[in-house]
Design a protein around this ligand. Structure first.
Ligand code: ADP
Length: 298
């Protein structure tokens, strides 16, 4: 009996060692590969993808998460590079113009007439506006935005903003009306004023003479909404998701005339998101656009 026990014990021990070693290898190999993959990602190689078929559900899950992380990091990297290029481009244009003007005046090729100085001044004003916008966007997106939330009637705010922009609409013979019912949202009045100014001045800019712009507010149970609609040039379906990106302009050459840098909607989105709300667009080219902002009720 003792011999039999001994044999069984030794055999069981040997089997346990072999199985343990096999199992350890099965887990250790993908873990080592993961470590290698994440090391490469840390060095900036975001195209690395780990195999998601290790045979262990938990490990597969981990690989999937790491792959998603790499994809997200890659996307951020692309955005970061594009942002730098866009900022450089936006700053270069006015700077080049002013530099050329000043050089020509210093060399005596041009007389420093009030008109030429005014033109330099305009370019510099455009530059400082742009820098201010970028600063605002950085604050809004970086979470540094201090919101002073209070019960704010969006309809009353819309009326105030429309009054301040009525001269612009009048100059283009557009009708600018506020409709709907009082809608109280828990919002920072000043920030939301900025959002509305961006949306309504866009509607004025991108609607031809004689057009119609309506701002409609509505109170809901959980969300108060404000909708800015125009019957202007509209936005192509493919571009609707992109217009909220920083520096994105639908049809760059056309928008260049209007002087925008493509930052207004990015700021609007960042501010609305910071409020716990959302912003969406529906539009048909040639027929008009409609931007809807939903904010949590007061
Ligand atoms: P911009 O300063 O160029 O107006 P925005 O971020 O405010 O920048 O808008 C981004 C782009 O979205 C604009 O360049 C324009 O092409 C498009 N857009 C915004 N609002 C409207 C609108 N009401 N109608 C048509 N196009 C619009």
């Amino acid at each position: 009996l003792n011999t039999v026990f001994l044999i069984i014990g030794v055999a069981a021990g040997a089997l346990a060692i072999v199985l343990g070693a096999l199992l350890a290898r099965r887990i250790a190999r993908p873990v080592a590969k993961t470590a290698e993959g994440t090391r490469r990602m840390a060095q900036g190689e975001y195209s690395v993808r780990l195999s998601e078929n290790t045979g262990t559900a938990e490990l597969d899950d981990l690989m999937r998460s790491i792959n998603q992380l790499a994809a997200a990091l890659g996307e951020q990297e692309t955005l970061r590079k594009r942002l730098t290029a866009d900022v450089a481009h936006e700053l270069r244009t006015p700077l080049t113009a002013v530099t050329l003007y000043l050089e020509a005046m210093m060399e005596g090729l041009w007389e420093a007439t009030p008109e030429r100085l005014k033109s330099c001044h305009e370019e510099l004003t455009r530059l400082s506006e742009l820098v201010k916008d970028i600063q605002q966007l950085a604050n809004a997106e970086g979470g540094a935005l201090q919101l002073r939330k209070e019960a704010t009637d969006l309809q009353e705010l819309a009326q105030a903003v429309c009054a301040s922009l009525s001269a612009q609409a009048y100059a283009k013979q557009q009708t600018l009306t506020v409709a709907g019912s009082p809608a109280f949202a828990n919002a920072d009045r000043e920030r939301m004023r900025q959002v509305l100014v961006n949306l309504i001045s866009n509607a004025i800019k991108y609607t031809p003479e004689g057009g119609r712009i309506t701002v409609e507010t509505q109170a809901g149970e959980k969300f108060a909404t404000i909708c800015v609609s125009d019957n202007g040039i509209g936005i192509a379906q493919a571009e609707q998701a992109l217009i909220f990106e920083r520096f994105y302009r639908a049809d760059a050459s056309r928008s260049r005339d209007t002087g925008g840098a493509g930052i207004g909607l990015a700021i609007a989105k960042a501010v609305v998101t910071a409020h716990g709300g959302s912003i969406a667009v529906t539009s048909k080219p040639g027929q008009g656009s409609s931007f809807t902002v939903s904010l949590p009720t007061a």
